[in-house]
Design a protein around this ligand. Sequence first.
Ligand SMILES: *Cc1c(COP(=O)(O)O)cnc(C)c1O
Length: 466
Amino acid sequence: MDYISTRGSAPALDFAGVTLAGLASDGGLYVPREWPRFSADDIAAMRGLTYVELAVKVMLPFVTPSLSEDELRGLCTAAYGRFAHEAVTPLKQFDQQHWLLELFHGPTLAFKDVALQLLGRLFEHFLSKSDAHLTIVGATSGDTGSAAIDAVAGRERVDIFMLHPNGRVSDVQRRQMTTVRAPNVHNIAIDGTFDDAQAMVKRMFNDAAMTDRFRITAVNSINWARLMAQVVYYFAAALQLGAPDRKVAFSVPTGNFGDVFAGYVAAQMGLPVEKLIVATNVNDILHRALSTGDYSAGTVTPTAAPSMDIQVSSNFERLLFDVGGRDGAAMAEQMRGFESTKAMQLTNAQREGAAALFTSVRCDGDEMNRAMAWANEHCGEVIDPHTAIGLHAARVAGIDPAVPVVTLATAHPAKFRDAVERATGQRPPLPARMGDLFERAESYVQLPGEYEAIAAFVESHATESR
Ligand SMILES: *Cc1c(COP(=O)(O)O)cnc(C)c1O
């Protein structure tokens, strides 16, 4: 498979190329040149496969020829061997119509492990072939940082520098990052907010003095390999509920539009999907865009579901490109407009194309709390605030009662135990495998919120590579 940029002017790359590049050089995002397609018979033949074998079937068309089938299988076996559940992403029942897909059995208790455990191994694999070295620089408000650190800790040819705002992430989230002891992991607590940290990371990507010496990359969901890994669990859930003979709907707690875009990819590959429900909190740019065509960023309101407190959803560009006729020049023009005014209107083709598969629901704090309480009281399930937003949306989206609706459970409730306790009276314990998190020693440096200090630290600890 080769990959093209949504903005039309970056060179096409193979899978190894897009994995290492992250963002395209024209500022766009890479998408496959065409969607691989499975027939109903192909999908029926996937029933009963283990998660790893299913992952190999679903991802092979995307990674060929950069990886052989055996190489892909080896990487998946190692990545998904880190999960605490044999099924990797087990499916549970709420009631006659509603189901819960638990994506949080990985090492850091959020769905981001499903993709990042594989991505860390892909980096190592491709870098060893080209004798290169990668410097990952990121800013985190919580889940991405811990999942990325766990995924690359101790791997060869990769260093990771993760900035978090000092004193502004939860104890569990900070300890999940700072108790990982590996020489290639560098935790930096900066004085300032998440936005300050993010601004410094962006500045480093544009700082030629740094990018000339170091091969700097990001690990957020602009990386195609992350989305690809997430396509697999849509197949896994639908197969259990009767695919390809029966359609399934999915409700997805959404921030950067990565997870739900993976559902769109599954549908393009032939999986019979009835609807994809985009569940947002009060930071509802995607709900406004999908319901009225108005994509305009406001200011971020902090909520109890912080991983969805996002105003600009990077991966939405991939959808707009695909449903808008795959016109890179037009997309570049539309995004230039958005970048200068922070607002744009979807075209009619984009609105109609999106409406065919997507619907959206905005969920406020009361509705989120009621969904947590409902799951606990009626099904004995303690769910996290992000998942609760998905469940609320699933129950009010008006899906035909004959169609099963799967809510994606994106985080373990123990990761957000204060909010869960407020809504349900239950304080979910950390899983046994994390039991000693509060006894482990922490390691991080504290730096002032000044770009020069951060850049000097990275310079003195990273490995040069062109
Ligand atoms: C990252 C995250 C989300 C949002 O996922 P996107 O792919 O950015 O839409 C939702 N819930 C949790 C718990 C997350 O960590």
